[in-house]
Design a binder for this molecule. Structure first.
Ligand code: DAT
Ligand code: MG
Length: 221
């Protein structure tokens, strides 16, 4: 799974190489990808391509097109949400709002995947505990949701990082009280959605279809 994801990102990178491009973030720490490459998880070049997916200005990425109805977000129900059997209730929020489920799978992530997913937090004191919790053996439910403003609205549905600060109508505000067990993840921007969807899913796992209610949900008149 990890390697097919890397292939996708590498494809995106090579497609872009004939044109001017921007990268999502500044140069990464060599320490991190050197250790993953050394561990045999990935080749240096493939890992770099995966960590920093190349994005053409205004072009579509694996996260769709920013600001359009094709925009996509990576949403993950964490092990506490699965263990507390809140999966159906959480999914319903996205479905009922009018978002399209593009991909879904249940898995226990490898430490390499969990570490990479949260790599931006690597220097924080809670990082090791966060990775341990995500890889505990109780699965996560990884999803891709699509629709108008899904990245921003997904964050609103999820609620503030600390559930004690979350709006009571949000998932975290309704079901959680601890920042360390806040049930759910959602991409916080287009670049992170591009990175995260590419990290967790192969392009072939993402469905293209139109839900029957789509015109009723999407019309602006
Ligand atoms: P979010 O999940 O809202 O995007 P984040 O990206 O800042 O928040 O952090 C990722 C996760 O790390 C978060 O969902 C829970 C955990 N976390 C964040 N801050 C924490 C803290 N101060 N103590 C313990 N865990 C924390
Ligand atoms: Mg985050």
């Amino acid at each position: 799974m990890f390697s097919s994801t890397l292939r996708t990102s590498a494809r995106m990178a090579s497609r872009a190489s004939v044109r001017a491009f921007t990268t999502a973030r500044a140069a990464p720490s060599t320490k991190v990808y050197t250790s993953l490459a050394a561990a045999g998880v990935v080749s240096f070049a493939a890992y770099q391509a995966a960590q920093y997916p190349v994005r053409l200005e205004g072009a579509k990425t694996i996260a769709g097109e920013k600001g359009t109805a094709s925009e996509r977000s990576f949403v993950m129900i964490k092990p506490d949400g699965v263990s507390r059997q809140l999966v159906g209730k959480i999914i319903s929020r996205f479905e009922e709002r009018g978002y399209k489920l593009v991909a879904i799978k249940s898995l226990t992530p490898s430490p390499a995947l969990a570490k990479e997913h949260y790599i931006d937090l690597a220097s924080r004191p809670f990082y090791a505990g966060l990775v341990k919790y995500i890889t505990s053996g109780t699965p996560v439910v990884a999803m891709v949701w699509e629709g108008k403003d899904i990245i921003r609205q997904g964050r609103r549905i999820v609620g503030a990082t600390n559930p004690l600060e979350s709006d009571p109508g949000s998932v975290r505000g309704q079901y959680a009280v601890s920042v360390g067990r806040n049930l759910i993840h959602a991409s916080d921007g287009f670049d992170s959605a591009t990175k995260e969807i590419g990290l967790w899913f192969d392009e072939a796992e993402l469905s293209e279809y139109e839900p029957i209610a789509w015109p009723w949900v999407m019309a602006d008149n």
